[in-house]
Design a protein around this ligand. Structure first.
Ligand code: PAF
Length: 283
């Protein structure tokens, strides 16, 4: 039964509240976010609700995962509206710390996950996954949830977090949730807000091209050739292309052909003006 939503900004208050729930034998889920919530985030909360008694959503725009010249200052901050949405769909607790609380003066630790952080977004955004791994490690250690949920749109991020949790023996189940899309296919993202009407109309072509690419590979198309074709289509639509790749679904090994029995996905990152969009589709 929903008891009403608490919004907590201090780590110690968070820990005290969680201790009460633990003593009462409750199972706890964490949904880490940077706010500016949309249906994609809400689907994570809904999944969390199915998996736990107490659902905690963190809202923190993590400066360490933004590179120089990226959109840290412009990143949408809509705490009041976010809390309202979370309350409506049944969240128990929102953790919304200040940057000084998370990274006090003298903070000196970085969590870096080799291998799966490299390539794709790791090449285009150096330091990004270190920033993600560092904040997620901190959040997991603050909350010590039974389960934590992340969207599959950020598939590389999901695998970085799974690897980190395995390597550091953090006792939590990491669950990926399917991508939520707008009716026209565009994967929901807080950054979609940056798109002008004209660019918003082009953006769904990314999903269209990836869906076609996945089908061509599934049907035996020669991978380097069909990837080049997809890249050309994206450029013709007006995207600038950071990458289009086929990778294994488990460790993100780059593939130039399907491997029998192995799950694989096509991944792309593109830019429309200054807005960077990522997406992926299972083959
Ligand atoms: O996916 C996000 O919103 C962020 O990268 C995360 C996982 C909340 C860490 O800041």
């Amino acid at each position: 039964m929903q008891q009403g939503l608490s919004v907590i900004s201090q780590v110690q208050v968070l820990r005290d509240e969680i201790r009460e729930h633990r003593l009462a034998g409750k199972r706890i889920a964490l949904v880490p976010t940077m706010g500016a919530l949309h249906e994609g985030h809400l689907s994570l909360v809904t999944l969390a609700r199915q998996r736990a008694d107490i659902v905690i959503c963190s809202i923190f725009v993590n400066p360490k995962q933004f590179g120089e010249g990226e959109d840290l200052d412009a990143y949408p901050r809509t705490l009041e509206a976010d809390v309202r949405l979370l309350d409506e769909i049944g969240t128990d607790l929102v953790f919304s710390p200040s940057s000084d609380d998370i990274y006090p003066s003298g903070f000196a630790t970085k969590v870096s996950v080799a291998g799966v952080s490299e390539g794709m977004c790791g090449d285009d955004r150096p330091e990004h996954f270190d920033g993600v791994a560092t904040i997620v490690a901190k959040l997991l250690l603050m909350v010590l949830p039974d389960v934590a949920i992340f969207g599959e749109k950020d598939f590389q991020q999901l695998l970085v977090i799974k690897q980190m949790v395995r390597d550091l023996n953090i006792p939590v189940e990491i669950l990926g949730a399917p991508i939520v899309r707008a009716e026209d296919g565009l994967a929901l993202s807080s950054r979609n807000e940056y798109l002008s009407a004209e660019r918003r109309a082009i953006a769904p072509k990314l999903y269209e091209v990836l869906t076609d690419l996945a089908a061509e590979i599934r049907n035996g198309g020669e991978v380097p050739r069909v990837i080049e074709k997809a890249r050309g289509r994206l450029i013709d639509y007006g995207f600038s292309v950071d990458y289009v790749e086929l990778r294994s679904g488990l460790h993100l090994d780059r593939r130039t052909a399907l491997v029998d029995g192995e799950e694989a996905r096509v991944f792309a990152a593109v830019r429309l003006g200054a807005t960077r969009l990522i997406d992926n589709v299972a083959v």
